[in-house]
Design a binder for this molecule. Structure first.
Ligand code: IPM
Ligand code: SF4
Length: 465
């Protein structure tokens, strides 16, 4: 039978499949962080269980970490407790942990790939929804709940139903000023926040070979915002080039064997997809969200939609509520809206390529006096690389704060947050009410759009700079 890449990965990991039971899959890598693991370890301890394969489990602290300095004492009581628990649990259960003292600590979805832990063909889970990011390497990766974290720790397997396969074919050329972030925002706007529900989405088409791994990760990262289980992109030359010589990739003969296997990781010609969408991305412009879900998005040169343009009553009501929360009106241009904060970071857009893009925009310029802007690199590795390239100087000279790595203002758990009614241009992935602080107003954009907004104090069309 002809199979999609998702079906191939799924089938290759079945440990047991019996009638009337969910199949059990083998998990090649289990990533854990301080927020969704403590309860799982507690349960393990109470049941006298041990971690089945500590060498296939990797921990990092990221959600709660302070980004102003590496001093854990700066954190709130709960944050400190979660991080100390993680340290204790990793010691007791013999799990490798990148804590605050580790030079490569960072956001779990940035650290895994850059360390070469994420290899095509793997199954990867984490108690975190944006685990879909790793599908960019041709893996089957998805977020799991805390009880599933416990199950994977104890057995290195997971009960998992089959999902449907969707193909999104992206064709055409990317325009100047448009990035992977704009493409995924455009897709979510077009298809809606629940169109991925029940599916693993494979991205293919003539655009893909031109996308870097960073861009592919940005796209797969956000499929969760359209309700999909995961995103997936077949590995190719770009994947292999990215992985070569990274710390945890196989070496020598094992590398050659791996290459042979990776070559087989593609959907068979004529494989059946349950849903197919073809999009021409040549006309995609820089995107900005105006509402409180990622589909409430417009191109920078468009007006916020009139409520009457919504035929669906639920969508119209949701738009009205979003506009009220965001302090905006239909018919406005976002270029007329001033912003208070800029956040460049998160597992969507905090990799070296993103920071280079920002530096290109702000070099020899100064941010607006009315804006407070922070850049939070995705990992210590990204931070070091940026500093080696002199990007930190460009940022600091322009007036940005150059922070330590972590999730930071993406979800505002560590104290980096918006005040009520503060408006933020953010490179993160969620713009729900209160996501970046109670009453805070989030506009999701690409790193270059965020950088330009910092310079001008309002959104601008980067294509006109
Ligand atoms: C804390 C964690 C459970 C959560 C997630 O799973 O997505 C977080 O990473 C987020 O982005 O909201
Ligand atoms: S950066 Fe944001 S989206 Fe990513 S894992 Fe952290 S909190 Fe979740």
């Amino acid at each position: 039978m002809k199979k999609t890449l998702y079906q191939k990965l799924y089938d290759a990991h079945i440990v047991c499949e019996e009638k009337d039971h969910l199949p059990i899959l083998y998990i090649d890598l289990h990533l854990i962080h301080e927020v969704t693991s403590p309860q799982a370890f507690c349960e393990m301890r109470s049941k006298n269980r041990f971690v089945r394969q500590p060498n296939k489990t990797f921990a990092v602290m990221d959600h709660n970490v302070p980004t102003i300095s590496r001093n854990l004492e700066l954190s709130t009581v709960i944050a400190k407790k979660q991080m100390n628990e993680l340290i204790k649990n990793c010691e007791e259960f013999n799990i490798k942990l990148f804590d605050l003292s580790n030079p490569n600590q960072g956001i779990v979805h940035v650290v895994g790939p850059e360390q070469g832990m994420i290899l095509p063909g793997m199954t990867i889970v984490c108690g975190d929804s944006h685990t879909s990011t790793h599908g960019a390497f041709g893996t089957l990766s998805f977020g799991i709940g805390t009880s599933e974290v416990e199950h994977v720790l104890s057995t290195q397997t997971l009960k998992q139903d089959r999902f449907k396969s969707m193909k999104i074919e992206l064709n055409g050329n990317i325009n100047y000023g448009t990035t992977a972030k704009d493409i995924i925002l455009f897709i979510i706007r077009r298809l809606g926040i629940s169109c991925g529900s029940g599916y693993v989405i494979e991205f293919s088409g003539s655009l893909i070979p031109h996308l870097s791994m960073e861009s592919r990760m940005t796209i797969c990262n956000m499929v969760i915002e359209m309700g999909a289980k995961s995103g997936i992109i077949a590995p190719d030359k770009v994947t292999v080039e990215y992985l070569k010589n990274r710390t945890y990739v196989p070496k020598g003969k094992d590398w050659n064997c791996a290459l042979l296997y990776w070559n087989t990781l593609k959907s068979d010609l004529g494989a059946n997809f349950d849903k197919k969408v073809v999009l021409d991305i040549s006309s995609v412009s820089p995107q900005v969200t105006w509402g409180t879900n990622p589909s409430q998005t417009i191109s920078i040169d468009e007006k916020i939609p009139e409520l009457l343009s919504y035929y669906d009553v639920i969508e119209r009501n949701s738009a009205e509520q979003s506009l009220q929360y965001m302090g905006l009106e239909p018919g406005m241009y976002l270029t007329d809206v001033s912003i208070d904060k800029v956040f460049i970071g998160s597992c969507t857009n905090s990799r070296i390529e993103d920071l280079r893009d920002v530096a290109n925009i702000v070099k020899h310029k100064c941010i607006s006096d009315t804006v407070h802007a922070i850049i939070v690199p995705g990992s210590g590795t990204v931070k070091r690389q940026a500093e080696e390239e002199g990007l930190d100087k460009i940022f600091v000279n322009a007036g940005f704060e150059w922070r330590h790595s972590g999730c930071s203002m993406c979800l505002a758990m560590n104290g980096d947050c918006l005040k009520s009614k503060e408006r933020c241009a953010s490179t993160s992935n969620r713009n729900f009410e209160g996501r970046q602080g109670r009453g805070g107003r989030t506009h999701l954009v690409s790193p270059i759009m965020a950088a330009a907004a910092a310079l001008f104090g309002h959104f601008v069309d980067v294509r006109k700079l």
